[in-house]
Design a protein around this ligand. Sequence first.
Ligand code: C2O
Ligand code: CU
Ligand code: CU
Length: 469
Amino acid sequence: MNTKKKRIIILIVAAILWLVLSYLYSVEKEKKNYESDNGYSVNYSEASNATGVVKEFDITASQTTYALAEGIEIDGFTYNGEVPGPELRVELGDTVRVNFTNDLPQETTIHWHGVRVPNAMDGVPGVTQDPIQPGESFVYEFTPKDAGTFWYHPHVRTSEQVERGLYGTLIVEDPADPEYSQDVTWVVDDWRITETGELNEAFNTNHDLMHDGRWGNVITVNGSSDEQLSVKPGERIRLRLVNVSNGRVYTPDFSRLDAALIAVDGMKVAGVMSANGFELAPGNRIDVDISIPQTYAGKTIVITDTYTRNINTLGKIVVGDMGDTVATPDFEYPIATDVSSWVNATNEPVDYEYVLDAERTDTGIVWTMNGEVYPNGEIAEFEKGEFVKIRFTNNSGRLHPMHLHGQFFKVLAKDGALVNEGYLRDTVLVNGKETVDVGMVPLDEGTWANHCHILEHAESGMVTAITVK
Ligand code: C2O
Ligand code: CU
Ligand code: CU
């Protein structure tokens, strides 16, 4: 064969390969992107892709004395004796099976915050299951449909049980993601501690109800008031921040570190931006990509919270010596290129509005959605696969981080002005007197809670539900 012929054959083979690959790629794309009837698409799948691998965990909730810091010992509630409870790490496609036992003196459930589970696994008493009585067990089983940073917590007497320490994380790894030097979770909580070093056991006080819930005076990361992450110069870290506080909002400040926001509420962002300034409300998570410059050898970097005028320390990153320097892993940010902007949705009519407000009662106040206290409100019905626009109108001056179970939505506008966040969320902070419009394409059938994640507000009425049919 002469070289001319060879070249032609190579060209033909390459062309065929290209056609096959681009066809396969478009099929792959179609599977991932769900297009609603009205043309708005979401970049997550309708079904889970179970591989058949089952990851089984045993979790017991019990009453535990727990040392938070020097001189602080609390009468806590824990999962497996730890605060936070065990971090459940699985891969996308794995089935999670949790054999749960309630050894608490109270009834409880487990809710998988942000995970699109089958409705019956969502852990909401009165909506998806009966509360699990003391001494009883329940098996939670589901296959996560999305990779990302999620967390679990009770949905019974939540303001008390979470405050006592009942929470843990569920990390669903995406096998397609690059390998970081370290993949670390920081679970951020605050506690109200008395002068004698105990947990203040006055829950749901009128003061907390009239304000933004219970804000504590001791902040912990992973159950410690002095959390330190040791890194080597040059390392590239994936840091997952989870806000499990009852009411407190944090604005993490990564100091001089270059901290790239790569995911919000578990969902990958369309393009990276700085993680500095992100308002991490109760329920929210962010994934941050941080490369430690070699010039930081021997230094300690303090990560702070700047949400209020008082600057709080969250945790520290302690950088090792020059001699331990490693080469920084070089890869593209693991982000999603297929997050639709939905900018046209600002022109769509509002399908459902929630007015958020408080009402005085003889004993204090209650928090309402459309004038009703849970469980009296109307259950909104949405069509599966159809784009809906939901408006939260805050008539009060307080904060309301609104959270929808079983769904992700996109913020479209605040006070009527276009917002293009570049990612989906499951919890959005609605500021005092603010109106926030969100859009979503619900794909998961069932009745799902929709509530304020300031746990005291939820406890006093600010909960409703939606049904996806
Ligand atoms: Cu963290 Cu009803 O949820
Ligand atoms: Cu949730
Ligand atoms: Cu609220």
